[in-house]
Design a protein around this ligand. Structure first.
Ligand code: MSP
Length: 676
């Protein structure tokens, strides 16, 4: 069994997760899943990058302490990855103790080896990129992002990067796969060849970072801190280095192309200085563009994964990103292209192949995989399908190993099209209408061949679309796909007489309204009415003037407005908007011991999961509520009922002498959407 260690970049918590972040994480998840299917001892790491000036300022702007702010946004990343079913083995936060200790241990090793010295730095710094730049003069634009740089004049610790210029060039020469793809490798070689200068690796004018060992006036440069996550998460620098000993060096550091320099120059240099093994390879993918520009918070052109998941499902997003975009290059995202691809390849492609093949086996062979005749009813067509399938298995693996995921999927879908054509040409439905023995034998052969091809595509596509393929696998009567050993995948392994599971469509066709729905959801989100605006926590202090003007019984401030114009019994719109109503989805529902009327619910608000206690146990069985979308008051102060904390209240009509009927919607609504 070989080991396989793959990492994503750790994401900055100044922005909420969007499909650009999801892209990298999905790619790693898919690779990790394939390696697990191949029997490798796989470790998949992701996490959040939480220190540095950029985060400190973002927290300030949000009126929160950096720790409070990073706790919240980091939890959002994790919650989204969980909602998407991403199979990371560990989630590292750079504000965790284990990381801090590991970073300081790495610093010490580099310092002990003589590669750190103290000096003065005067120059420009780009806070957005957390990068020292060569630009000259106050406010000079950053050569990477064009934003104005800030002048830094500090006593700093420096890393002797210059000493690694030659060793790095030797590394790139001797290990051509160290940086993929070649375009990035060439860029790095030219950057390093043009000359490296020593690098400032500490800051002393702010404090949101990891203190330099023995000199806590300084915090460690955020990129040294962040890069170290790849080893600190494995226990480097701690008492338990089992995972470090087992998994390091990483097999793949997956990154976006904008952070190549940090990973391909600084990181191997830090490791060389510390005398630690280097990662085997760094793979940079391109950018996801939206309306021609890199999707990013600062450009305000992001699309959230939640929108796509709610409308088309996670598998659709995964397939689209990996099939539509040539890995390594930039690629555009659009809702039109997403739905088009979904319908063509999934609804009409794999989904249709599965449903028609399985339905016909049900209809004509009582749901048991039929016998493929090798004599009378066999034609060259079956040989051709078997050949296409064998080639798909080989090509898929080869392309996959070269990070050419789009081509890998193309080769598997080549088999889907070939079988589609084969089914159309052989008209099994017409054969099914005939009674003669030859037609029956031929029908068995055609359906066996189709089902076997379906099994092969399903196994290959499993790492890309885990949910749908697991369903098809079970419908094929093959049980849990998790138990399948991908190294064993060959043509002809589908057993005769295999009893199919219950057949259900996996990719319902999407019509134009799916596009509009997604666009509306994103628009609503952009205008603040959508799903990612974090629900206001009851404990969050509002500015005094605002609360004083609205909260009954509080002392009126100078800014308070007289409530005179509002007739008796009515409330002002301001009063109403104080109530935060949101759509939530019930994830868990159970009775509360000793309380006949009470249910304990866990509801998903898109950005967090909450516990709510509701007096609806006499009207609703808990099982019937799971998955249901309800409306809750999201900013109600928490209260305790039967010793359990309730964080919000659900809305229900009160009928028939008090029986509750839950508020719900006729249209599908996204989780977290605000009612107003
Ligand atoms: N915190 C650093 C990385 C430290 S790793 C030791 C950072 N964080 S980030 O939040 O800006 O995330 C960058 C990564 O998110 C990119 O490298 C890429 O993997 C992913 N993406 C963010 N926006 C993206 C696109 N628009 N398109 C593709 N990937 C994108 O840099």
């Amino acid at each position: 069994m070989s080991k396989f260690y793959i990492t994503t970049p750790i994401y900055y918590v100044n922005a909420r997760p969007h499909i650009g972040h999801a892209y990298t994480t999905i790619a790693c998840d898919m690779i990790a899943r394939r390696h697990r299917m191949l029997g490798d001892d796989t470790w998949f790491l992701t996490g959040t990058d939480e220190h540095g000036q950029k985060i400190e300022r973002a927290a300030q702007a949000a009126g929160k302490t950096p720790q409070q702010f990073t706790d919240e946004v980091s939890a959002e990343f994790r919650a989204l990855w969980d909602r998407m079913g991403l199979t990371y083995d560990d989630f590292i936060r750079t504000t965790s103790l284990r990381h801090k200790q590991g970073v300081q241990a790495l610093w010490r090793r580099i310092a002990d080896a003589g590669y750190i010295y103290k000096s003065h730095y005067t120059g420009q710094y780009c806070v957005f990129d957390e990068l020292y730049v060569d630009a000259v003069g106050p406010g000079a634009p950053c050569p990477e992002c064009g934003r104005p740089t800030e002048t830094v004049k500090e006593e700093n610790y420096f890393f002797k990067l210059y000493a690694f210029q030659e060793p790095l060039l030797k590394l790139y020469r001797e290990q051509p796969d160290f940086i993929r793809p070649d375009t990035r490798r060439n860029e790095v070689i030219s950057f390093v060849s043009s000359g490296l200068r020593d690098l400032s690796i500490s800051r002393s004018t702010f404090s949101w970072g990891i203190p330099v060992p023995d000199d806590p006036k300084h915090v460690i440069y955020v990129w040294l801190d962040a890069l170290a996550n790849y080893i600190t998460a494995l226990g480097f620098g701690s008492a338990d280095t089992t995972n470090y000993d087992k998994y390091w060096p990483a097999d793949v550091h997956m990154i976006g192309k904008e952070i190549v320099r940090f990973h391909c120059v600084y990181w191997p240099a830090f490791l060389m200085a510390a005398g630690l093994p280097l990662p085997r390879g760094i793979t940079a993918h391109g950018w996801l563009l939206f309306e021609e520009n890199k999707m990013s918070k600062s450009r305000g052109n992001i699309v959230r994964a939640e929108t796509i998941i709610d409308v088309l499902g996670t598998d659709a997003l995964r397939y689209f990103l990996l099939r539509e975009i040539v890995f390594g290059q930039d690629g555009s995202f659009s809702f039109d292209a997403l739905v088009q691809r979904y319908n063509a390849d999934l609804a009409n492609g794999l989904g249709n192949l599965a449903s028609r093949t399985l339905t016909m086996i049900n209809r004509y062979f009582k749901g048991e995989v039929p016998y493929p005749s090798h004599a009378a009813a066999h034609s060259a067509q079956e040989d051709a399908i078997a050949e296409t399938a064998k080639k798909a298995i080989t090509d898929f693996g080869a392309y996959f190993d070269q990070f050419q995921f789009s081509r890998a999927l193309e080769s598997a879908w080549g088999l889907v099209s070939a079988v589609d054509k084969y089914i159309v040409e052989n008209e099994p439905w017409a054969l099914g209408d005939k009674d003669d023995e030859l037609s029956r034998a031929r029908l068995g052969t055609v359906l066996y061949t189709s089902a076997e091809a379906l099994r092969i595509v399903t196994a290959l596509a499993h790492p890309v679309m885990p949910d749908a393929t697991a369903k098809i696998w079970a419908q094929l009567g093959l049980g849990d796909i998790k138990n399948f050993d991908l190294t064993e995948l060959r043509w002809g392994q589908l057993h005769l007489g295999t009893k199919l599971g219950e057949v259900q469509g996996v990719f319902p066709r999407a019509d134009k309204s799916a596009i509009t729905r997604m666009q509306n959801m994103e628009e609503r989100n952009a205008t603040g009415a959508g799903t990612t605006a974090p629900p206001v926590q009851p404990s969050e202090a509002r500015p005094q003037t605002e609360s004083a003007s609205t909260v009954a019984g509080s002392t009126p401030s100078a800014a308070a407005k007289p409530p005179a114009a509002i007739p008796d019994g009515k409330i002002s719109i301001d009063d109403f908007t104080k109530v935060e109503l949101r759509v939530a989805q019930v994830k868990v529902a159970e009775r509360v011991k000793g309380a006949d009327k009470l249910l304990r619910l866990e509801v998903d608000l898109g950005t967090e999961t909450r516990q709510i206690l509701a007096g609806i146990a006499e009207a609703y069985d808990p099982e019937t509520l799971v998955g249901r979308k309800i409306v809750i008051v999201a900013n109600l102060a928490p209260r305790k009922l039967r010793g359990l904390e309730s964080n919000g209240m659900l809305l229900a009509a009160s009928v028939d002498g008090g029986k509750p009927v839950l508020a719900s919607f006729l249209e599908d609504v996204p989780i977290g959407a605000k009612l107003k």
